[in-house]
Design a protein around this ligand. Structure first.
Ligand SMILES: [Fe+2]
Length: 151
C-alpha cells in the first residue's frame, strides 16, 4: 500500500509546478511514506519470528487504488487532490484495522509504530482537505489566465 502511495505521489510532484505548496507537501509526505515503509519492515521482520497470521494480514493490505491516479487532463491537479484525499483515507482505515489487530494480540511495539504512520496519514489527509478550496480557486484563476492569453 505504501509503495503504491509513492508510485502515485512521485509522478504528481513533477506535474504540478504551478502549485508549489501542494508539491512541497507531497514531497514531505513522500519522505514520511519512506519512513513508514521502514517502520512496516521493522514490524514485518518482528512478525516473522512471532505472529505469522498478522504478517499475512499486513501483506494483504495492499492498496488496489491505482485506478485513482490520474494523468494528462487539464484539471488533473483537482483530480489528483481528490484521489490523494481518498487514498489517505484508505491508508487511515488500513492502519486503524492493523493497529486494532496488533493491540488485541498484544504486539505493543507494532502498535506504536503503526500509530506513528496513522498520525502522519491523518495529518496529510487534513492538509489536503484544507487545500481543496484554495487549489480549486487557483485552478480557476490559472484557467482564466490561459483563456485570456489565447485571445
Ligand atoms: Fe499517506
Amino acid at each position: 500500500m505504501e509503495k503504491q502511495a509513492l508510485a502515485i505521489m512521485k509522478p504528481q510532484i513533477k506535474r504540478i509546478e504551478h502549485y508549489p505548496e501542494m508539491a512541497d507537501r507531497l514531497q514531505m509526505h513522500v519522505h514520511e511514506t519512506e519512513q513508514q515503509i521502514e517502520r512496516l519492515d521493522t514490524i514485518l521482520n518482528d512478525m516473522l519470528e512471532k505472529h505469522s497470521g498478522i504478517k499475512d494480514m499486513m501483506l494483504s493490505m495492499g492498496g488496489s487504488m491505482a485506478a485513482l491516479s490520474h494523468a494528462v487532463a487539464g484539471d488533473e491537479i483537482l483530480k489528483d487532490a481528490f484521489a490523494n484525499y481518498a487514498f489517505e483515507h484508505y491508508e487511515i482505515a488500513a492502519y486503524i484495522s492493523l493497529t486494532g489487530l496488533c493491540d488485541a494480540t498484544g504486539a505493543q511495539n507494532a502498535v506504536s509504530l503503526l500509530e506513528q504512520n496513522l498520525n502522519e496519514e491523518r495529518s496529510m489527509a487534513s492538509w489536503i482537505e484544507e487545500h481543496i478550496v484554495p487549489t480549486t480557486l487557483r485552478f480557476i484563476d490559472l484557467s482564466a489566465a490561459e483563456e485570456t492569453a489565447k485571445r
